[in-house]
Write a protein that binds this ligand. Structure first.
Ligand code: UGA
Length: 440
């Protein structure tokens, strides 16, 4: 099937390549010429395991192309919307400028394709009510609107797109429009549906809410365990053991209960805020006041990590040398949007410390972008002469560091493990003073 993907950021580029890998003919549309040029040459503009190979393979196959010209999407039966919905400046709400512009750019191209009405399929995370509003523009132009939220995680984007936990269709309330749209989407995802991936068919509002509810739940789980970490700090208990013990209960589960410096990235923080803002507009703000607390706990845990470092070096960070291992918001990513690691590194720097940061993927990006922090190429270089080493993004290579080897360059032997990713006994045995989050 011929289809387009509007917006070739994280979501759109991965979705486009994955759709091509299912055998579809896909054109990715973006306003960013540099990004389109890079993608067209088969190079990924961001770090994502497995994506480079997939992209190159699909571009080489001829099934996947990229363009800045909206006219090239004409003739596609399905148009996916994969643009960003960042937090507005000076507020909590989602900025829908890019979604609105994407839909507007499609309106002139929604004539019938082989006698069928084309679909505009929203994948971006939007405030509930957006799909209904956009349907009122798409339908008169000859198309059908569907909301089909995306649940991919960075670092697992390809796998999550090709093998998702579930697929959600948010369809029109008009039964015949809904049936027509569903039939087309079933063709798009035929290979996935044949593998019995659960399909949830619902209305626009529910589909939009599924996405923000899922992210709110995940954020709540993380802040819950970080709140427990505060209690553990106050009592000398161990939050890692606590998480393991409660996680044995299937109803609770072990995932997303890793205490540390909290959640960041381009999704969880802005999504819970946009959800609160939307609830306010709907007069249902009380239902989500708990998310305010989730957000506050998340902010507090970052400050706690800075406190730990300050205390570890005797009460003042001024003129101290601090090694920061990790800048990305999570491992296997070079994404530093709302990164707890980078935020903490900057705060430590602002207290007068000399910060040396290293990150296998985000480091080069940070250096290119320009930063007041010193960016170095390895953990050993960062730790050289450091009064305290802070592990803030749990890359595999940092988790596997040898405490004896690192001690050769960092004689102070103080480590703050902001992700509770290290074995305290091993580091202590090598003479290190170990600080975790909510660990004795
Ligand atoms: C998140 C969701 O997990 C995806 O399902 C969703 O599709 C995506 O947002 C989105 O809305 O597009 P992602 O932002 O890639 O995915 O990152 P997560 O894996 O959810 O991690 C978010 C943050 O939570 C990271 O900073 C991570 O370090 C932190 N985290 C995660 C913890 O602090 N503790 C945990 O136990 C788990």
């Amino acid at each position: 099937m011929r289809m387009s993907v509007v917006g070739t950021g994280y979501l759109g580029a991965v979705h486009a390549a994955c759709m091509a890998s299912l055998g579809h003919e896909v054109v990715g549309l973006d306003v960013d010429e540099a990004k389109v040029a890079l993608l067209s040459s088969g190079q990924a503009p961001f770090h994502e395991p497995g994506f480079d190979e997939l992209l190159k393979e699909q571009v080489d196959s001829g099934r996947l192309t990229f363009t800045t010209d909206p006219a090239e999407v004409a003739g596609a039966l399905v148009h996916f919307i994969g643009v960003g919905t960042p937090q507005v400046e000076g507020g909590y709400a989602a900025d829908l400028t890019y979604v609105d512009a994407a839909v507007a750019s499609l309106l002139p191209h929604l004539g019938p394709v082989d006698g069928r009405r084309p679909l505009v399929v929203g994948k971006s995370t939007v405030p509930v009510g957006t799909a209904e509003r956009l349907a009122a523009q798409v339908e008169p132009a000859g198309g059908l609107l569907v909301w089909n939220p995306e649940f991919l995680r960075e670092g697992f984007a390809v796998q999550d797109t090709i093998d998702p936990d579930r697929i959600v269709y948010g369809l029109s309330k008009d039964e015949s429009d809904a049936a027509e749209a569903k039939a087309v989407l079933d063709e798009v995802y035929a290979e996935l549906l044949a593998r019995d991936i659960p399909l949830v068919v619902t209305d626009y509002a529910t589909a939009e809410l599924v996405k923000v509810a899922a992210n709110s739940f995940l954020a709540t789980k993380i802040s819950f365990i970080n709140a427990m970490a505060e209690l553990c700090t106050a009592t000398g208990a161990d939050v890692s053991t606590l998480a393991e013990a409660i996680g044995h209960d299937d109803r609770i589960g072990k995932k997303f209960l890793r205490a540390g410096i909290g959640f960041g990235g381009g999704c969880l923080p802005k999504d819970i805020r946009a959800f609160m803002a939307r609830a306010g507009e709907l007069g249902a703000d009380q239902a989500l006041t708990f998310l305010r607390e989730v957000d506050l706990i998340n902010d507090r845990t970052r400050l706690h990590a800075v406190d730990l470092a300050r205390r570890a070096v005797g009460g003042r960070l001024r003129h101290k040398t601090v090694a920061v291992l990790g800048a990305a918001f999570k491992p296997d990513s070079d994404d530093m949007r709302n990164s707890p690691a980078l935020d903490i590194a900057r705060r430590v720097h602002d207290e007068g410390a000399h910060v040396k940061v290293t990150d296998p993927a985000a480091g080069p990006v940070l250096r290119k972008r320009g930063t007041r922090l010193e960016v170095v190429d390895s953990a050993r270089e960062a730790a050289d002469g450091a009064d305290v080493v802070m592990l803030l993004t749990e890359w595999k290579q940092f988790k596997e560091l040898d405490p004896d080897e690192l001690a050769e360059v960092a004689p102070a032997r103080i480590i703050v493990d902001g992700r509770n990713a290290l074995d305290p006994a091993r580091w202590r045995a090598a003479g290190w003073t170990y600080y975790g989050i909510g660990r004795p």
